[in-house]
Ligand binder design. Structure first.
Ligand SMILES: C[S@@+](CC[C@H](N)C(=O)[O-])C[C@H]1O[C@@H](n2cnc3c(N)ncnc32)[C@H](O)[C@@H]1O
Length: 252
């Protein structure tokens, strides 16, 4: 299986050897290309369509706020350009808190700089300098106490963990969502036309690209319903198809 080749240290070493900017986190598709703008707009449109299905119970909003997690956050690009904008200019924004998780030290240093405006508004939550595989059970600073998420965003990072770890991670996330909480997964995928397509391992950043079918199987296994799925439009043809999946916990 492709995911048996994943090595966490090789991955972090690779990411720590890249530049701490959009070009570095997006493998050469930085701000000199249209990709960041196009994909950020695509995410905002996807969320806009979901908004009526993301209403939050008032009591929970008072208790937990609209807390968002950005997994494998890199330099905080997605938080800054997408997640922060979801409620920009409306009263819900004040209840939002943005947590980020990222194992590469150079990126964590950079996100603290790039997210300074978010921090100045008191909206920056906790930064977890660790891999997803260690969260939240290896968080020892008490910051996970009485915390629930309105939205957990996973973009271009889930290929860094093997299938069984990903299922286990999603199961943990499920317990950390508010009642009507949502997980969005935005990842490179391989089209599933039949049953023959296989996940592909990339030795450079020690990650796997999964087939669309594999993702759907993992979501099902982890106890989620897929409520929306869209393919990101307007990306360069040489890239893998990028899909956005919105997930809600299944009531078993
Ligand atoms: C392609 S970049 C995407 C960054 C960000 N999501 C974005 O779209 O701008 C992949 C990110 O996953 C991070 N990563 C690598 N291994 C990880 C792990 N085990 N857990 C969480 N993130 C990881 C990398 O350090 C890097 O920041």
């Amino acid at each position: 299986m492709a995911d048996a080749n994943i090595n966490y240290n090789t991955a972090v070493n690779y990411w720590e050897s890249t530049t701490s900017d959009v070009n570095g986190v997006l493998g050469g598709y930085g701000e000199q290309t249209t990709l960041p703008q196009v994909e950020q707009q695509g995410s905002l449109k996807f969320i806009k369509k979901l908004k009526s299905r993301m209403l939050m119970n008032k009591d929970e909003e008072i208790m937990y706020g609209r807390r968002v997690m950005d997994f494998g956050a890199g330099i905080g690009r997605v938080t800054k350009n997408v997640l922060y904008k979801i409620n920009e200019g409306n009263p819900h924004q004040q209840t939002m808190r943005f947590d980020l998780l990222e194992p590469a030290s150079n990126f964590v240093d950079q996100m603290r700089i790039d997210l300074q405006p978010v921090n100045e508004q008191g909206l920056l939550g906790d930064i977890y300098h660790m891999g997803m595989q260690d969260w939240p059970h290896n968080v020892q600073d008490g910051s996970m106490n009485n915390k629930k998420y309105w939205l957990i965003w996973c973009q271009w990072c889930l290929g860094q963990v093997p299938d069984n770890e990903l299922i286990y991670l999603l199961e943990r996330c499920k317990k950390l969502l508010v009642k009507n909480g949502t997980i969005v997964v935005k990842e490179n995928t391989i089209n599933s036309f039949g049953l023959d397509e296989q996940d592909e391992f990339d030795p450079q950043d020690s990650s796997v690209t999964r087939t669309d079918n594999k993702f759907r199987w993992i979501f099902e296994k982890a106890g989620f319903n897929l409520i929306a799925c869209e393919r990101q439009k307007g990306l360069p043809e040489e890239l893998f198809p990028v899909r956005m999946y919105a997930l809600k916990p299944r009531e078993d």
